[in-house]
Design a protein around this ligand. Structure first.
Ligand SMILES: [Fe+2]
Ligand SMILES: [Fe+2]
Length: 136
């Protein structure tokens, strides 16, 4: 079974945020498991909804710190979060044109690629700012 792992390279040196990233990855793995086990479409759509909602909550957490610390990359980073949510909405809108397992697998592959890239390319950029403000 697919197992996407959080590795120390992904760390942003802030425990709360690392924990959120780990939880997000665990939700993706759980959802991959649901797809592999061909769970009911209700279960699959439920967990995808949970992933969507957790992404919203996680982005909110990061963005509150951007505002609080007046992070210089705020606009660019918020735009990346917004872009992901609108891509997700577009993908979700297509869910009825394919079977739920193909839809789920594609959505999860997309999210995994997005997350790895975002962790590495965007989230790393706020580490210094957050740490400089005493957030670890
Ligand atoms: Fe993040
Ligand atoms: Fe982010």
């Amino acid at each position: 079974m697919k197992n996407f792992e959080w590795i120390p390279d992904y760390s942003v040196n802030v425990k709360l945020i690392d924990d959120q990233h780990k939880y997000f990855i665990s939700l993706l793995n759980e959802a991959y498991g649901f797809v592999a086990e061909k769970r009911s479409s209700e279960d699959i759509l439920n967990i995808l909804g949970k992933i969507h909602d957790y992404a919203v909550l996680h982005f909110k957490t990061e963005e509150e710190y951007f505002d609080k610390f007046d992070f210089e990359g705020t606009a660019e980073h918020k735009a990346a979060h917004k872009g992901l949510l609108s891509q997700l909405d577009k993908l979700i809108a297509k869910k009825d044109s394919t079977d739920v397992y193909t839809f789920g697998a594609e959505l999860l592959d997309f999210l995994e690629d997005w997350l790895v890239h975002h962790l590495d390319y965007m989230d790393k950029k706020y580490v210094k700012c957050f740490n400089d403000h005493g957030l670890y």
